[in-house]
Design a protein. Structure first.
Length: 258
């Protein structure tokens, strides 16, 4: 990958951190966006620099447009921006009948509105600077299929899918590619409460996924890096599913002993 600058939202931990590290391995410089955990963001920056790339951290709440605008303005005044990986997300595990208005708005504002806020402002920067950019949304296989006690989250991911496709359509004339990585289950901080809340979930995933394991941060990060690289120049408006095959068999091994 030619040396470029990438912004990774939610880059302080989990999949976001993994993406920062994989980008750095390919020689890409990284801007680590974070919400509150400055220590973890600093650790991501240190790991990126240890790989020979440049990096710095910027705090911003992606659900707040003013903070996003200020973040992108700050980036624009430095080295510019060639790649966006829109990764920041939250989830609450609640049965549909128990979802509160606050919980609904929290997930909608962070996941869907946040993806729009950052996506639009970065796209404006790329168009203004005539940058042949790459925008990658980290989504979930739940953009296509729902999961119990995750209705609000699944709806945000479905919305992000259409956001990315709409952006891909309109930004194509500016040589900006927009794609998604739909992640399967990965054991990160965001879903540790899920494993605790639903006993036996870890083992069930290992049984119903054809590849019979949970995904890793590296699995998702490598797909994101592909979509951020010149190797994906003829790919736009598409989703790469990195979910161990869960969707191809609807979670069933009818005739297989496992």
């Amino acid at each position: 990958m030619q040396v470029k600058w990438a912004l990774v939202t939610g880059g302080s931990r989990g999949i976001g951190k993994g993406i920062c590290i994989e980008l750095a391995k390919k020689g890409c410089n990284v801007i680590v966006n974070y919400l509150s955990d400055e220590k973890q963001a600093a650790d991501t920056v240190s790991r990126v620099k240890a790989l020979g790339a440049e990096a710095y951290k910027l705090q911003a709440d992606v659900s707040k447009r003013k903070e996003v605008d200020e973040m992108v303005e700050d980036i624009s005044s430095r080295d510019g921006l060639d790649i966006l990986v829109n990764n920041a997300a939250v989830v609450k595990f609640e049965p549909f009948l128990e979802i509160t208005r606050d919980s609904w708005e929290f997930q909608m504002e962070t996941n869907l509105a946040g993806a729009f806020n950052v996506g639009q402002e970065v796209a404006r920067h790329m168009v203004e600077k005539k940058i042949k950019g790459k925008i990658v949304f980290i989504s979930s296989f739940n953009q296509e299929v729902p999961n119990h006690s995750m209705a609000a989250y699944c709806i945000t991911k479905s919305g992000i899918r259409m956001l990315a496709k709409s952006m891909a359509l309109e930004l194509s004339e500016h040589n900006i590619n927009v794609n998604l990585v739909a992640s399967g289950p990965v054991l990160t901080d965001i879903n540790k409460p899920q494993v605790k809340q639903f006993p036996g979930l870890k083992e069930r995933i290992e049984k119903i996924a054809p590849l019979q394991r949970w995904g890793t941060v590296e699995d998702i990060a490598k797909a994101a890096v592909f979509l951020a690289s010149p190797d994906s120049d003829y790919v736009t408006g598409s989703t790469i599913f990195v979910e161990g095959g869960i969707m191809i068999n609807n979670g069933m091994f009818v005739n297989k002993s496992i």
